[in-house]
Design a protein around this ligand. Structure first.
Ligand code: NAI
Length: 257
């Protein structure tokens, strides 16, 4: 495989597992230096160690809560100092706190908004300072098919819809500085997040995957690499005229959520 990202420095938030880890691996496989942050220092560090040993690239793993302004600014500055710059930011960190609207607590509303919307804003603001100076950057935000509305996810679907507006606005503001900003909106992907949802509903995760696959045209649920492949495309030279777009990656045209 060609090494499309040799010499590039990438940050993936929430990169210790799931879609974030698969994205970090996809960039590392194509030669990028990769920095992953996550809530737990040890998980981020072991993800980075795995990237370095498997792909022979420079990899950095650190604890950083994307909803915390000081932590985000410190993490982004550290990556720029230790890796020699920052070319690509993937705002992937995410959580769910599902509940029907009438039972949803203010704390769960704020938490989900904080990680997805505030987190993406803080990381993008920190990264663009460097990208604007360099007149180069690629930013991909992780939205979701839930942005179209999903029972039990008033907080999450609102945050994911908000990210689409944020993506388009950032693309308008940063385009003049040669920075592309896009979003990927995955459908159902087999990760710890969706397996935990199954367990919360009292369903065996394997059964849940089969159930969800029935509603997907291609007859299977997504795997993290399906999403990572689109993220890397959006950050590649081939996609240099694509900006402000929301790419749905969900195995078919139906609304699956
Ligand atoms: P996951 O739960 O497996 O991984 C998310 C990672 O983000 C975890 O390692 C977690 O510790 C980290 N994280 C959570 N809060 C954080 C914070 N405040 N600061 C830093 N890191 C934090 O989830 P998955 O499935 O890999 O999801 C990744 C992204 O894709 C999320 O934004 C999610 O909303 C989105 N997504 C996932 C879908 C799915 O079906 N799995 C579908 C559509 C979107």
């Amino acid at each position: 495989m060609s090494k499309r990202f040799e010499g590039k420095v990438v940050i993936v938030t929430g990169g210790a597992r799931g879609i974030g880890l698969a994205t970090a691996q996809a960039f590392a496989q194509e030669g990028a230096s990769v920095a992953v942050c996550d809530l737990a220092e040890d998980l981020a560090a072991s993800a980075a160690a795995g990237l370095a040993s498997e792909y022979g690239v420079r990899a950095l793993g650190a604890a950083c809560d994307v909803a915390d302004e000081a932590q985000v600014d410190a993490f982004v500055s550290r990556v720029i100092a230790e890796c020699g710059g920052l070319d690509i930011l993937v705002n992937n960190a995410g959580i769910t706190r599902d509940n029907l609207l009438f039972k949803m607590s203010v704390a769960d509303w704020d938490l989900v908004m904080g990680v997805h919307l505030r987190g993406t804003f803080l990381c993008t603001r920190a990264a663009q300072r460097h990208m604007v100076e360099k007149r180069f950057g690629k930013i991909v935000n992780m939205s979701s098919t839930s942005a179209l509305g999903n029972r039990g996810q008033a907080n999450y679907s609102s945050a994911k819809a908000g990210l689409q507006a944020f993506t388009r606005t950032a693309a308008i503001e940063l385009g003049p500085y040669n920075i592309n900003v896009n979003a990927v909106a995955p459908g159902f992907v087999d990760t710890e997040m969706t397996r935990q949802t199954a367990l919360r509903r009292g369903i065996d995760p394997e059964e849940y995957m089969k159930m969800r696959a029935k509603n997907i045209s291609l007859g299977r649920v997504g795997v993290p690499r399906d999403i990572a492949n689109v993220v890397t495309f959006l950050c590649s030279e081939e996609a240099s005229f694509v900006s402000g777009q929301i790419i749905y990656v969900k195995g078919g045209p139906e609304t699956v959520r």
